[in-house]
Design a protein around this ligand. Structure first.
Ligand SMILES: *Cc1c(COP(=O)(O)O)cnc(C)c1O
Length: 222
């Protein structure tokens, strides 16, 4: 597996060269992360708390750690001190828990709200009604230690390109609508995290600002 060559290939195939690349290194050994780091990557995505916790002290201090998977409320405390961006905030309860831990260590924690855009039931995320419910609740306006920087979503796992595009387009429209809403100061809709190895070009065509790419860089996972 030539990680450097894969990275060059991926970068060259970007539809939007400004789009940020998160290298998804879950299940991969540290030597692979170091190789990607040497090739210029600073943003790494992991989906398990234990794994991100184990890798973090072993990598250079300017590495930016992205928690991209489902996060359990009782594990927020383990990543709060170092995490750069939590992509998968899929409930108000989790957001409040993140806020609580941010407060405890006096650190503003950056997050993305994960929206459920896929057909599959199994994927996590808010639906629009839940999002509105959160915006309507008094507790939302009392958050002090989170920074909502945008939205994240995962398309349906399918070969149907038009369906993937439709789902990404819907998320982009919501993102644009929220930019024009009167929301508290800690909401700054600037990042749209959508696109993985199989669909990052479609995602970029639909306005993604951040893609999370694993297997196209590090090879397939077991
Ligand atoms: C694993 C994972 C990715 C990367 O998937 P690839 O298909 O390997 O690029 C992206 N986002 C999330 C949330 C993931 O869990």
């Amino acid at each position: 597996m030539n990680i450097k060559a894969n990275l060059e290939f991926v970068k060259k195939s970007f539809v939007n060269p400004e789009c940020k690349l998160i290298a998804v290194s879950k299940t991969k050994p540290l030597e692979d992360l170091r190789e990607a780091y040497k090739a210029g990557i600073r943003d790494f995505g992991e989906n398990k708390v234990q794994e991100i916790q184990a890798k973090q002290p072993e990598m250079p201090v300017d590495t930016r750690w992205h928690m991209i998977g489902h996060l359990q409320s009782n594990k927020v405390k383990y990543i709060a001190p170092f995490v750069h961006l939590i992509h998968g905030v899929d409930s108000f309860k989790l957001l409040q828990e993140i806020n609580k831990h941010g407060k405890k260590i006096d650190r503003q924690l950056s997050v993305l709200i994960q929206m459920h855009i896929a057909e599959e039931e199994s994927k996590f995320g808010f639906d629009q009604a839940e999002l509105e419910e959160m915006f309507a609740s008094k507790e939302f306006y009392e958050l002090t230690h989170v920074k909502i920087q945008g939205l994240m979503g995962m398309a349906t796992f399918t070969d149907k390109q038009d369906q993937i595009r439709k789902e990404f387009r819907g998320l982009r429209q919501l993102f644009d609508n929220l930019k024009n809403r009167n929301l508290p100061e800690f909401v700054d809709m600037k990042e749209l995290s959508m696109g993985m190895s199989g669909d990052y070009q479609i995602a970029q065509e639909e306005g993604s600002t951040m893609v999370r790419i694993g297997s196209a860089i590090f090879g397939s996972r077991n």
